[in-house]
Design a protein around this ligand. Structure first.
Ligand code: PMP
Length: 351
């Protein structure tokens, strides 16, 4: 830290992304990315002449892509705001709606904590229930902005739409942000609530189900007034945060959604298979509907298991802290999951 840094950031603990070691080839199961490449149509869009117009700024309003996203849900483009990954959108949500504090689960996406810290927001973190679940009552009528990931980050556990609606309905004085990064793998979307309530915002990303983590594309869906609020912040920081290439590949991905829907089904099937295989090997798992599982290896320490897999060329995530006994494993292709299980058998034999 230099002596020039504003003292209000001296204690800030930034987000730590999943590691990307380059010393060898790894099977990468540590960042909840898709194991499947973008579709041929998306790769073609990437090669197209249009995306070469890089001397010109992109459309700050992202109108074509906003219209395509809105069309997927039967909404209007005024209900959609695109940004540089859903982290960008979440940043705006914490900036915009947390004057009276925020409430998010004790175990969830680590960035919520970082944003609360960054903006000195008073944060309430209700404890997790049995099976690392959340109790909707803890998030209802608090007077604070509510931020929930559904399915929840780290645990993969999802809330039914009726429970989310209960929180939204019972918290008319707060904005309820529903982070749906993982919804396409088995959760129930809260998008239908957008036309019914003025206080709900759904945050989504192209990074997981749309195989575009490298393009940095995320969006908010909400009532027009909330989208206008977010837009105000986007245009007060970086109006051109979504680049031309991202706009084109994002549009191509939506037009080719059947390819991605099939990949999501494959991932959900593999999640079920991996879950039952790990249970056979003595692991405890949460009830995940995401593209990852959270697993507690009972016959070996969690960190030790992560390190033993790394030594065998497989990266998974050890989160530590409240999850010190657990590891998070991204669902990969069937071949990658076979390799993981084979390595696990080897590790358990020698431990
Ligand atoms: N929300 C949740 C719950 C996540 O796990 C992630 C990815 N780590 C994000 C948002 C951010 O996704 P992105 O910025 O890539 O859209």
């Amino acid at each position: 830290m230099s002596r020039f840094l504003d003292s209000k950031f001296s204690q800030l603990a930034p987000y730590v992304p999943g590691e990307q070691p380059k010393d060898r080839e790894y099977i990468k199961l540590n960042a909840n990315e898709s194991p499947y490449a973008p579709s041929p149509a998306v790769l073609e869009a990437l090669r197209s002449a249009q995306s070469a117009a890089l001397n010109l700024y992109p459309d700050a309003a992202c109108r074509e892509l906003a219209a395509l996203v809105a069309g997927q849900f039967g909404l209007d483009e005024r209900n959609v705001l695109l940004a540089n990954g859903s982290d960008d959108i979440l940043n705006f949500c914490f900036l915009a709606f947390c004057e009276r504090g925020v409430v998010f689960p004790d175990v969830s996406y680590g960035f919520y904590e970082v944003f609360a810290d960054l903006y000195h927001i008073d944060a309430l973190r209700p404890a997790m229930g049995e099976g690392l679940t959340i109790d909707p009552r803890d998030y209802t009528g608090t007077g604070r902005c509510v931020v929930i990931a559904n399915p929840n980050a780290q645990t993969g556990v999802s809330l039914p739409l009726a429970a989310v609606e209960g929180i939204v309905k019972g918290s008319p004085e707060s904005v309820v942000v529903v982070d749906e990064a993982y919804v396409d793998f088995g959760g129930e979307t809260a998008v239908p609530l957008v036309s019914k309530y003025e206080n709900v915002l759904v945050v989504r990303t192209f990074s997981k189900s749309a195989s575009l983590a490298g393009a940095r594309l995320g969006y908010a869906i909400g009532p027009e007034a909330l989208i206008e609020d977010l837009k105000k912040l986007k245009y007060s920081t970086n109006p051109y945060s979504v680049n031309r290439v991202a706009l084109e590949v994002g549009a191509a991905a939506i037009r080719d959604w059947a390819y991605y829907a099939a990949n999501c089904r494959r991932i959900a099937l593999e999640r079920r298979r991996l879950t039952s295989e790990l249970v056979k090997r003595g692991f405890e798992l949460t009830d995940s509907s995401a593209n990852f599982v959270l697993a507690r290896p009972c016959l070996i320490g969690a960190r030790e298991y992560m390190e033993a897999l790394k030594a065998r060329g497989i990266l998974i995530r050890y989160l530590g802290g409240k999850l010190a006994d657990w590891v998070r494993i991204t669902i990969g292709t069937p071949e990658q999951m076979d390799a993981l299980l084979e390595a696990t058998d080897e590790i358990l034999k020698v431990s």
